[in-house]
Design a protein around this ligand. Structure first.
Ligand code: PMP
Length: 442
């Protein structure tokens, strides 16, 4: 076709397309010129318009808060009660060191090559035994090793959800899960976290929206610390079975109890094979291991493994080997006993001191386990404003809004009592109390 056959709109669109891809540049009042990527290096508009290459990304307004809290540790003197970090002083490094020294010679070098995506077989077997001891009826083929539970959230999202799908979540819940689901274009239906699991509301959602997934942290929830009691777990599972509802149970904290052991997991009570169970060593050993796992129906495991292969082929096998030895040689129960004792003291201290110094400004339910004290501000105080003041005083926490898919939560905040010892916690709460008094003066 001759140029004259092409409509003006088509030509303009073509120019726009070329400009969008960075091949031409338009100068107002002058015309359109072929752009020279070499000449534009270092200029305001470099050769490749990178952001224009990116596919759409659904980012929630609070999605970057935790990243910022990790990436910008305030000065040396400041105290972060923000991130959910175990105390580095409690990491079982001596045991890992002695395992390295005594066992490395016996390591089969093939185990340091590429291994199956599902994980290092002895670790899968050991985890199956660990899970069976917790009443979860699985074998190694039900278990896949993950690079952290976070990867499980990603893989499940990637394999199950398409844009527009409904996912039921508690509200508040773990920010990293909210982000995954929202980024996949899922529509979130929320269940308020309270003393009673809102079964009737869930049933209503099931009938009206047919959600693909229910995401739950049944035990020592992040952030609220609450536990769903056993009879409510059983009722929930009955309802879920009737509706063939898939449940993703995220369980990083159940080993960290400071009174009685928590009720059995949903997976242990699951009699319709509808629960996929996520576990991790991040909170009970240390996050840098990046070792977690999922226990689920083998056909789900197979599909997740295909997807995981694209991401990282398999998780780091040196750490899988170490974690396997750590477990096999029976170190976990002593380590857990030690951290439970320590974190219980810290929980007690944070509860006591916060009540004493900030009791006029907030209320909370003392958690029976996990890492967090979830507080509600009483005087109409905004937690984001409080955080602004608090960081100036050298103390940080996570404002409540980060844990909601909606705009709720500005009168709540989460304090982590696991990272610091009692002296530091007390100093942190003093600084928080000072921030309250400053914000009220303004
Ligand atoms: N789920 C929950 C509820 C969490 O609190 C966390 C960590 N804060 C994760 C998943 C991610 O854990 P991992 O380090 O194993 O990826």
């Amino acid at each position: 076709a001759s140029l004259l056959d092409v409509s003006r709109t088509t030509t303009i669109n073509a120019y726009r397309h070329l400009e969008h891809r960075g091949f031409v540049k338009t100068r107002v009042g002058s015309g359109t010129y072929v752009s020279d990527p070499l000449a534009e290096m270092g200029s305001e508009r470099p050769g490749i318009p990178w952001p224009q290459l990116f596919i759409p990304y659904n980012q929630s307004p609070f999605s970057s808060i935790l990243r910022e809290l990790v990436a910008n540790p305030l000065g040396l003197e400041s105290i972060s009660l923000g991130t959910g970090m175990p105390d580095p002083k409690l990491y079982p490094l001596k045991i890992f060191q002695s395992l390295m020294e005594s066992e490395l010679n016996a390591l089969n070098l093939a185990d340091l090559g590429y291994i199956p995506t599902e994980g290092y077989t002895p670790l899968r077997q050991t985890l199956a035994v660990y899970l069976r001891n917790k009443g979860i009826n699985v074998t190694a083929e039900n278990v896949m090793i993950l690079s952290g539970a976070q990867q499980g959230l990603y893989l499940i999202t990637k394999t199950i959800l398409v844009p527009g799908d409904y996912v039921v979540v508690e509200s508040p819940t773990y920010i990293g899960a909210i982000q995954q689901f929202q980024n996949a274009g899922a529509r979130l239906l929320t269940l308020p976290c309270s003393e009673h699991f809102p079964l009737a509301l869930l049933e209503d959602y099931l009938i009206r929206y047919r959600p693909k997934l229910l995401y739950l942290i049944p035990t020592f929830k992040n952030p609220s610390g609450r536990v769903i009691p056993e009879h409510q777990r059983r009722e929930l599972l009955q309802l879920a079975a009737r509706h063939r509802l898939v449940i993703l149970e995220d369980d990083p904290y159940s080993e960290l109890y400071y009174q009685d052991a928590p009720p059995p997991s949903l997976k242990a009570l699951d009699n319709y094979d509808g629960v996929a169970y996520l576990g991790t060593f991040s909170k009970i050993l240390f996050p840098g291991l990046r070792t977690g796992f999922i226990a689920a129906n083998p056909s789900l495991i197979n599909r997740l493994a295909l997807e995981k292969q694209y991401v990282d082929l398999h998780s780091n096998n040196l750490t899988q080997w170490l974690v396997q030895l750590f477990l096999e040689q029976g170190n976990l129960s002593d380590h857990l006993a030690m951290v439970r004792k320590e974190y219980k003291k810290r929980r007690d201290t944070l509860v006591r001191v916060t009540q004493r110094l900030c009791g006029d400004n907030l209320t909370f339910l003392p958690p029976q386990g996990g890492f967090y004290l979830w507080c509600r501000l009483t005087k109409n105080t905004s937690s984001t404003k409080l955080l602004h003041e608090a960081t100036k005083n050298g103390i940080s926490f996570v404002p409540g809004q980060a844990f909601y898919p909606t705009l709720e939560g500005d009168q709540e905040l989460r304090l982590c009592f696991a990272t610091h010892d009692e002296t530091v916690l007390i100093e942190g709460v003093k600084r928080l109390a000072k921030s309250f008094s400053q914000i009220h003066k303004k």
